[in-house]
Ligand binder design. Structure first.
Ligand code: GLN
Length: 537
C-alpha cells in the first residue's frame, strides 16, 4: 500500500480543535491497525515556537529529539502513544530558512526565487518527508491557521498541488468549520461554513469531508444543506459536538463514521473495526471518580489554560488512574507572599510549582514552596519549580538569605542554581537550551526510585540553568536529598525531602510523556499523596 496523506484545514474561526480532530482520526486509524503519524505546519516566521511567549501560543512542547514544537504535538503523542520528532512540526520560518540558505549556497543560480514554486516545493517536500521513511501507512497533516489568512496560503497552495500530484486514492482533505447556534433565532447557521469552503475551493482545494464543530447536534436537513452548498457527498458532512473530554472525541468521530469514510476514500480495505478498549476503560474511570482533590498549580501564566497544557493533561491521566477528580487551581505566582500563602494555598491538598522563565512571579513561587515544605503539603516542583525549591531550601533552611538562581541574580553570593557550563558561551537564544530526552539514574531507597520502580529512566528537558553541585554537600547535610542524576554529567535531576510526607522536585518535564493509557508515575503518586492528605484532614 502507498503511504496515504490526509490534510486537515480549518475555517471560520481559530481554536476549533483541529489538533484534536486530527489526533482523533489518527487514533481511530491506529486502532484499526494502521501505522499513523501526524504533523503540523504552522504559518508563522519563528523557526520554532521555542522563542514564543506562552501567552502568544500556549505551551511549547518538547519532543524526545529535543525539538521545541507546537502544543498540538502533545495531543498527538497523548492520543497515539507514539513519539513525534523535529520533522512533525514545520513552520513558515523553517521553510523560508531552508530556501534562503539554499539560495545563498547557489542552489538556484540564475533563477528568480519565488513563493511558487520554490517555497511551495519546499513545503511539499516537507509534507511528504515522513511518508518517505516507510514507517507509516498514513500521514495526517494539520495545516495551522484559518483558511483565508494570508499566512497559510502557501500551505494550502502546496496542498492543492499535491491533490493532483498524488494518486487520487492517496490524498484526502478534511475541512473543520464552525456551525454556530444563534440563541435568539434558535437556529444553527451554515453560512460561515459555506463561505469558508468557498474560500478553500477558490484556491482549488476540494474538501472530501467537512467536520462541523457545533454546540447543538446537526439535523439531517442541516447536513444535506451544507453538503449541497459545499459540493461534498451528502454523507460526508459530520458533526463534532462539544465533548465532556477531549478523549471522548475519537469515540464521537467513530460514531460519525469518520474513519469509515476515510478508509473507503483512500481505498484501504479489509481493516478490522477500531479496538478502543483501553481508551474506553480510561474514559470510564475519568467519568466515575470516587474521590476528589484540590491541587494548586502555581505559575505566572495563570490566565491562560494552554500555557500549562501538558501538566493539566497529566492530572487528567493521573486522576483517572486514581479514580479521583483532580481540581487544578491555577494560582498566580505574583500574588503569593509568605503572609498570604495560608489564604491562597491553605485548603489545597497538593501544590505544584510550574516551569517558567524570568523573574516575574519567582518570589511567589518560593513562598509557595516554603508553605508546602513547612506545612507538610504534598509538593511537586517541575523545572523552574525545582530550581525554586532549591533556592527556598538554601534561603530558609541553610540561612543563605541571598541565595538565588543566576538567571535573575547573576551576582548572588549563593548561586545555588547556575548556568550550565555548556551554556556560558552561547549567544543565540533559539533552540540552544538543554533540550529533549536525557537519561537519569535513580538512587535506590529514594521516593523517586519507589515511584518509578526502576534504576534508570529517561525524561525530557528544556532549561539552561541547573543545580549547582558546589552546594550539594551542605544541602544534603541539611536534609535535601538528591535522588536522580544524569549518569554522564552528574547534573542533579531530582531532589526530595525525606522528612516531608511528599516532596519531590525534578529538573526535567515529566508532564511531556504522560498519556491516558500510560499516566506519568510522579503525577500518579502526587495525586495519591494529595488524596491521603485530604483523607487525613
Ligand atoms: N528558566 C529556567 C532555566 O532556563 C527553567 C526553565 C523551565 O522551567 N523550563 O533553566
Amino acid at each position: 500500500m502507498n503511504t496515504k496523506y490526509i490534510f486537515v484545514t480549518g475555517g471560520v474561526a481559530s481554536s476549533l480543535g483541529k489538533g484534536i480532530i486530527a489526533a482523533s482520526l489518527a487514533k481511530l486509524l491506529q486502532a484499526r491497525g494502521l501505522r499513523v503519524t501526524i504533523q503540523k505546519f504552522d504559518p508563522y516566521l519563528n523557526i520554532d515556537p521555542g522563542t514564543l511567549n506562552p501567552y502568544e501560543h500556549g505551551e511549547c512542547y518538547v519532543t524526545e529529539d529535543g525539538a521545541e514544537t507546537d502544543l498540538d504535538l502533545g495531543h498527538y503523542e497523548r492520543f497515539l502513544g507514539v513519539y513525534t520528532s523535529q520533522a512533525n512540526n514545520v513552520t513558515t520560518g523553517r521553510i523560508y530558512n531552508t530556501v534562503i540558505t539554499k539560495e545563498r549556497e547557489g542552489a538556484y543560480l540564475g533563477k528568480t526565487v519565488q513563493i511558487v514554486p520554490h517555497i511551495t516545493d519546499e513545503i511539499k517536500r516537507r509534507m511528504l518527508l515522513l511518508g518517505k521513511t516507510g514507517d507509516y501507512d498514513v500521514i495526517i497533516t494539520e495545516v495551522g491557521g484559518t483558511v483565508g489568512d494570508i499566512e497559510s496560503l502557501p500551505f494550502v497552495e502546496a496542498m492543492r498541488q499535491l491533490q493532483w500530484e498524488l494518486p487520487e486514492e492517496d490524498f484526502l482533505s478534511i475541512h473543520l468549520t464552525l456551525v454556530p447556534y444563534l440563541r435568539s433565532a434558535k437556529e444553527l447557521k451554515t453560512k460561515p461554513t459555506q463561505h469558508s469552503v468557498q474560500e478553500l475551493q477558490s484556491i482549488g482545494v476540494h474538501p472530501d469531508i467537512i467536520v462541523c464543530r457545533t454546540e447543538k447536534r446537526l439535523t439531517p436537513e442541516i447536513r444535506s444543506k451544507i453538503a449541497r452548498f459545499c459540493n461534498v457527498k451528502p454523507g460526508h458532512v459530520i458533526q463534532s459536538v462539544d465533548a465532556w473530554s477531549i478523549y471522548q472525541v475519537p469515540l464521537n468521530m467513530e460514531a460519525e463514521k469518520l474513519d469509515e469514510m476515510v478508509v473507503n476514500k483512500l481505498g484501504i480495505h479489509g481493516l478490522p473495526k477500531a479496538d478502543l478498549t483501553r481508551l474506553k476503560e480510561f474514559l470510564f474511570r475519568l467519568r466515575h471518580p470516587k474521590t476528589e482533590v484540590d491541587i494548586a498549580l502555581v505559575g505566572k501564566y495563570a490566565e491562560l489554560q494552554d500555557a500549562y497544557k501538558s501538566i493539566q493533561e497529566s492530572f487528567v491521566h493521573a486522576g483517572a488512574a486514581n479514580e479521583c477528580k483532580v481540581h487544578v487551581h491555577t494560582v498566580h505566582a505574583e500574588h503569593i507572599h509568605d503572609d498570604n500563602a495560608e489564604d491562597l494555598l491553605g485548603r489545597m491538598d497538593g501544590i505544584l510549582v510550574a516551569p517558567g522563565f524570568g523573574e516575574r512571579g519567582l518570589e511567589g513561587k518560593i513562598s509557595a514552596v516554603r508553605y508546602a515544605r513547612e506545612h507538610g503539603i504534598p509538593f511537586f516542583g517541575i523545572c523552574l519549580g525545582m530550581q525554586m525549591a532549591v533556592v527556598e531550601f538554601a534561603r530558609n533552611v541553610l540561612g543563605y538569605a541571598e541565595a538565588a538562581s543566576t538567571e535573575v541574580n547573576p551576582r548572588t553570593p549563593y548561586p545555588v542554581i547556575d548556568l550550565m557550563e555548556e551554556q556560558k558561551s552561547l549567544t543565540m537564544k533559539g533552540g540552544t537550551m538543554r533540550l529533549g530526552a536525557y537519561p537519569c539514574h535513580l538512587v535506590p531507597g529514594s521516593l523517586a526510585h519507589d515511584i518509578y520502580g526502576r534504576d534508570d529512566i529517561s525524561e525530557r528537558h528544556r532549561h539552561r540553568y541547573e543545580f549547582n553541585n558546589r552546594f550539594l554537600a551542605q544541602m544534603e547535610k541539611a536534609g535535601l536529598k538528591v535522588s536522580g542524576r544524569n549518569p554522564d554529567t552528574d547534573l542533579v535531576e531530582i531532589v526530595e525531602l525525606p522528612s516531608h510526607p511528599f516532596f519531590i522536585a525534578v529538573q526535567f518535564h515529566p508532564e511531556l510523556k504522560s498519556t491516558p493509557e500510560r499516566p506519568q508515575p510522579i503525577f500518579v503518586r502526587f495525586v495519591r499523596a494529595a488524596m491521603e492528605r485530604r483523607n487525613g484532614r
